[in-house]
Design a protein around this ligand. Structure first.
Ligand code: ZN
Length: 185
């Protein structure tokens, strides 16, 4: 595993050999990415790699669990900033064996309270969006799709085109999880 100093050295070499200056926003002429993908911070879930896409082809928002609720502002910001002219698809990808399948918000809060009893009130107000106990992985994807559908500030086109998937860390395959009453597209 590289040390941080090693990594900084890699950056220095990159800046001197590989880097191509990027345009300022005012200089952009080409289209911006049409996909915003919500996925987990887990390093076993390399989104660009398993989708075979370049960084510029999608905006990838990563948080614990890949939950859209925790980063909905990113979607509102980007779609507003780009005047609704860029995004076409919202993609939600949760994955097998996610840490969020092995934890509950209640358990995290209990652990936090044990070491920070003086902040119990603030801890009670935290939201992580863990999937909780039991086999709730598919349901967690549906929850995010339903959450997106209920957002008044999100364009209907994006809601209609939203898709949810489970990424299998063993096979590398995506399986679509449609909302109830809808078929996978
Ligand atoms: Zn995860």
């Amino acid at each position: 595993m590289a040390t941080w100093d090693d990594i900084l050295e890699q950056n220095r070499k990159y800046s001197e050999t590989e880097h191509k200056p990027q345009p300022y926003l005012s200089e952009l002429t080409g289209p911006l990415p049409p996909y915003m993908i919500f996925s987990c911070i887990d390093p076993r879930v390399p989104v660009e790699k398993f989708l075979g896409i370049q960084t510029a082809e999608a905006i990838i928002v990563r948080n614990a669990g890949g939950r859209i609720k925790n980063n909905i502002n990113d979607l509102v910001f980007f779609d507003t900033f780009s005047q609704g002219q860029t995004l076409k698809n919202i993609i939600i990808i949760h994955h097998t064996d996610c840490g969020y399948t092995h934890n509950s918000d209640e358990a995290i809060k209990a652990t936090l309270k044990a070491s920070n009893p003086q902040h119990a009130h603030d801890i009670d107000r935290l939201y992580f969006g863990t999937y909780g106990s039991g086999d709730r992985l598919e349901e967690s994807v549906r929850e995010d799709l339903r959450f997106l559908s209920a957002q008044p500030l999100i364009r209907q086109e994006l809601i209609d085109n939203a898709k949810g998937y489970i990424y299998d860390i063993k096979t590398g395959k995506l399986t679509q999880i449609p909302l109830e009453g809808r078929t996978a597209l």
